[in-house]
Design a binder for this molecule. Sequence first.
Ligand SMILES: Nc1ncnc2c1ncn2[C@@H]1O[C@H](COP(=O)(O)OP(=O)(O)OP(=O)(O)O)[C@@H](O)[C@H]1O
Ligand SMILES: [Mg+2]
Length: 267
Amino acid sequence: MTARTTAPPELTVTDVTVRFAGLTALDAVSFTVAPGSVHALIGPNGAGKSTCFNVLSGLCRPATGTVRLGDADLTRLAPHRIAALGVARTFQNIVTTQGTVADNLMLGRHVLSRAGFAAGALRLPHARREQRAHLDRAREIAGLTGLAAHFDSPVALLSYGDRKRVEFARALCLEPSVLLLDEPVAGMNAAERARTVEVVHAVRAELGLSVVLVEHDMGLVMRLADEVTVLDFGRAIAHGTPDEVRRDPEVLRAYLGTGAEGEEDAA
Ligand SMILES: Nc1ncnc2c1ncn2[C@@H]1O[C@H](COP(=O)(O)OP(=O)(O)OP(=O)(O)O)[C@@H](O)[C@H]1O
Ligand SMILES: [Mg+2]
């Protein structure tokens, strides 16, 4: 497996505000994802987590604020330009039901394909070589995400947990420096969750990329995240290590709706 030789660039979100009609979904939100770290974005339902991912991936343009990846300004770029600069994402709800695992991973690779579809269709030798290299890499990524045994299986026949991981693997096929995971274990059983935690650890160790994680499973956030940003009604109310934020009175208030100092289990 090819590990990244240089650290991924820092991802910096500065004063991002998003409004939908009368609602401020994100209100001057700032945070920084350190190179190679797992950064969790948590908060109650409707806090603005997915909206934040939509801004990071170019699906939503903020009213104000900036998003930078190293020296590159991502703020108003189209989604495919942002993906090409190294930010890949998964979606909160599964979208993949068609084709085999290999087909889905190769969709991720096509964005990187230099030979292009025309040369591929004409079966030119360099295009065939490139295609083979992409297939080999897709197979490696399937191995890393625990999907090797299912590489040629139709996605529709896989378990729910495996299908969620196909999404994850497809995003990795873009060779991102930053991977955005929106609720990667939502709806999974305990065994599938544990498997996904292992896969995130393996991906990070092997590929050295940064991960931004939106997740409601606090046990998983505590185990995976180096840093946490807490959103509540569109505002970033806390930043810190998992241990720091779970003790933060404002965070406890946001989750419990009361001033509940000392009730640490709630976070
Ligand atoms: N396209 C949109 N148009 C109008 N309002 C929207 C739109 N997208 C999101 N919202 C609103 O913005 C707020 C933030 O939504 P968002 O989906 O970002 O929350 P979330 O933190 O991801 O919640 P969840 O944990 O339920 O996934 C919510 O009040 C939501 O209803
Ligand atoms: Mg969401």
